[in-house]
Design a protein around this ligand. Sequence first.
Ligand SMILES: [Zn+2]
Ligand SMILES: [Zn+2]
Length: 356
Amino acid sequence: MAVAIHAQRWLMTAPKVPLVLEAFDASPGAGEVTVEVAGCGVCHTDLGYFYDGVRTNHPLPLALGHEVSGRVAAAGAGAEEWIGKAVIVPAVLPCGECDLCKRGLGTICRKQKMPGNDIQGGFASHIVVPARGLCPVDERRLAAAGLELAEVSVVADALTTPYQAVQRAGVKPGALAVVIGAGGVGGYCVQVASAFGAKVVAVDVDDAKLEAVKSSGASLTLNARTLEHKALKGAIADFAKQNGLRPTEWFIFECSGTAAGQTTAWGLLVHGATLCVVGFTMDKVELRLSNLMAFDARALGNWGCPPEQYPAALDLVLEGKVKVKPFVEPLPLKDINRVFEAVHHREISKRAVLVP
Ligand SMILES: [Zn+2]
Ligand SMILES: [Zn+2]
């Protein structure tokens, strides 16, 4: 018998009830690894479970957290090669064996495991996950980029979800990309679209967030609070004209996860446009779906990012094309209840990354 791995995790027992600390044995099973958590980002989705009553697939009590980086401390049978390695745990771990996975459709694998939703999550000292799909982190390159392992936890979700959206949309050099919602996920969407060669317009209702993305890939920033729908679209059209970009085929990324943002995004459809829904909200919007047909446009969504694409997304960070350091705020895991409150009340504008 293997020796028990003494670990601790913060459990959600019911919505809005303070999380409680639990001790557990983090020994891995066959094909699994135990990752000693370096950092776990606090995502909008975690707050949705905690504050808005969004149901987790795994019954409560459950440790939330699906944005994990860390070091493999133990491995079960067949996963020994991972011991000691620095890794990022993808937010969605496909089974790798079903018909969908075999056809490269891991993001819709019905047996997929999402930490903090299907299995115990990363607001913990350790997390046990399937080894398949882990993204190795080259620590020499990490150090050369001036980054800590905890800081690249955001690659697990905040970065890779927009990465997959940009990739799937087919953004190419010379494209015009509009990102609605410039904080968190949207901020990375701005940087990734820019790294793919697009000229990027960022739209938000918060001037501080717009200011932050100005130096990180946004060529134009617009505040949707001060511009009517028509004026907003007009300003983007003028920008396209001045920069020799097409008035058609815009790529629109809705990252705000709000009904207002979705309405704005829909209003920006032009001929041949691609609308990507990156943010999530339970709210509904009213729209004329026929605009897709009239504009010969398309609307896409993506549930996370296939693990195979994580190394390329991480490369953007290690090469300095996507900056993470200015957008993360490492905070002690023991303060998790206070941090949830602060993020919920928008007192922390950066991505909070909880460090055990
Ligand atoms: Zn998330
Ligand atoms: Zn599968």
